[in-house]
Design a protein around this ligand. Structure first.
Ligand code: 5AD
Ligand code: SF4
Length: 474
């Protein structure tokens, strides 16, 4: 069957890389290595996008810095999911005034989801004259060209037109870590949950071809990565747009077949696309972590309907139970929005009772934030911020209590963990993750980073477990 989707021709990406090399000569002409700062807000998809921005910048000869006063090029990769993230971005971009004054040639670019909203692009144009370049997620593949135009013409560029999006392969990436890697398998979202801005800024769902995903996963395993997270806004609808008879479960099976000792994770899943086939595949594929992040958003059917979530509380509970039948050791996490327009005490009580019933390992809780242009933003919202805050606090307390109870149950068990970094803190200097993704603090040599270890869990609280390596002689 023919695959119908917009792809960026390979020659176009090659042309962007060539532009990087032209800029390399220019930027390094003074004999000093240029420095770039990439500041990332929001989700893992944005982290993955920033790795592409850094990939291009590295091709231009740039090194990287965290200090805006040292940077020749600053790229702020933004998020639009909640107002709070946008306010932080605007505050931080405004503060770049000082570094730009100190380094007049400094180029400041702002990209990502926030600027794909016309009112935000306009705001940057009018009120943030220090910003030289603005581009939305759909233009990321041509960042070198946009940057070159800013440098050649000495004028501000705004590139964030409305766009359904395309798939671009072959953009160079400079990855952040050496142990864990993000692997985008699809982009965009078709769900239009009524509170969410993502479908407006990231375009329609489009999957990468399975062979492209497999090629990238093989390269990651070859390069020694031990923990690969398959990413998509709605990852378990992977393949629906391809017409190739490959769904997300099939993709997991194909990644699982790659030889090597590594873990497969994925996020984020939508309950409407979480099938028994997916749970069975997770259970049968030995490399697939037994963790599913399954955002429920609310426990009230009335609110779920108003959110356009396409499932009921009962269907969700059934699914969670089914997933645990296949994987009794499953780690289940979720996202919840408190204070959706019109959410009553009764609706909220339904959310609490659902959480008590499911007993999530961890919950990410948010107070509803109205987003321009989404249907929920024009729904009547009679409840005050204080009322919503009260609900939020009650939910946080419940979430913390359950997480702590679950973590205490680990004490005395043995877990296979992947050591992924240093904590920079005292006695427990290493951090690791269990198969289900729970954080474990350990003591040990930093040479253990990137290794799987058997540990005994010796302690735990709401946020983390503590463990010690099990050695051969006990
Ligand atoms: N307000 C608050 N939380 C939101 N989320 C998405 N949109 C909004 C919003 N407008 C939350 C959802 C989603 C998570 C990534 O962010 O819970 O799952
Ligand atoms: Fe937003 Fe819903 Fe799509 Fe998630 S599934 S990105 S919450 S519209």
């Amino acid at each position: 069957m023919k695959v119908e989707r917009k792809t960026i021709p390979q020659e176009e990406i090659e042309r962007q890389v060539q532009i990087c090399h032209v800029l390399f000569d220019r930027l390094t002409a003074g004999g000093v290595q240029p420095l770039a700062l990439v500041d990332t807000y929001g989700c893992q998809q944005n982290e993955a996008d920033s790795e592409k921005l850094r990939g291009y910048l590295r091709e231009m000869g740039c090194g990287f810095t965290e200090d805006e006063f040292q940077a020749d090029i600053i790229v702020v990769n933004t998020c639009a999911v909640r107002e709070h993230a946008e306010m932080r971005v605007l505050g931080n971009v405004g503060a770049l005034n000082h570094s730009k004054k100190a380094r007049p040639g400094q180029i400041i670019a702002v990209c990502g989801c926030m600027v794909q909203q016309p009112h935000m692009a306009e705001k940057l144009k009018k009120s943030y004259p220090i910003v030289d370049l603005v581009f939305g997620p759909h233009e990321l593949w041509r960042f070198p060209e946009l940057l070159q135009t800013v440098m050649d013409r000495h004028k501000r560029i705004f590139a964030a037109e409305k766009n359904d999006g395309a798939v671009a392969e072959g953009i160079p990436m400079a990855r952040d870590g050496r142990v864990k890697a993000w692997l985008s398998v699809m982009y965009g979202c078709n769900n239009f949950c009524t509170y969410c801005v993502v479908p407006y800024v990231r375009g329609r769902e489009r999957s990468r071809l399975p062979e492209e995903v497999i090629r990238e996963a093989e390269a990651l395993v070859q390069a020694g990565y031990k923990d690969i997270t398959l990413l998509g806004q709605n990852v378990n609808s992977y393949g629906k747009d391809l017409g190739l008879d490959v769904d997300f479960a099939d993709l997991i099976r194909r990644v699982n077949a790659i030889p090597g000792d590594f873990l497969i994770r994925f996020m984020t899943s939508h309950p409407k696309d979480a099938t028994e086939k997916l749970f069975r595949t997770m259970a049968e594929c030995e490399k697939c972590a037994h963790h599913i992040h399954l955002p429920v958003q609310s426990g009230s059917n009335r609110i779920l309907k108003a959110m356009n979530r396409s499932y009921t509380r009962e269907k969700y509970l059934e699914e969670a139970a089914k997933a645990r039948e296949w994987m009794p050791d499953l780690v289940l996490t979720t996202d919840i929005i408190v204070g959706f327009p019109g959410e009553t005490d009764e609706d909220f009580a339904e959310t609490l009772s659902l959480c008590e019933e499911v007993r999530y390992d961890a919950m990410f809780t948010f107070i509803y934030s109205p987003r321009v242009g989404t249907p929920a933003a024009s729904m009547p919202d009679p409840y005050t911020r204080e009322e919503k805050q009260k609900h939020f606090d009650a939910l946080t307390e419940l979430a913390n209590r359950i997480s702590a109870e679950k973590h205490l149950q680990y004490i005395g068990t043995r877990q296979r963990v992947l050591v992924d970094g240093e904590t920079g803190r005292g006695e427990y200097n290493l951090s690791a993750r269990t198969n289900g993704g729970r954080l474990v603090h350990l003591q040990g040599d930093s040479a253990l980073i990137g290794r799987f270890l058997e540990v005994e869990i010796t302690g735990g609280n709401t946020w983390a477990l503590y463990g010690k390596e099990v050695t051969e002689d006990g």
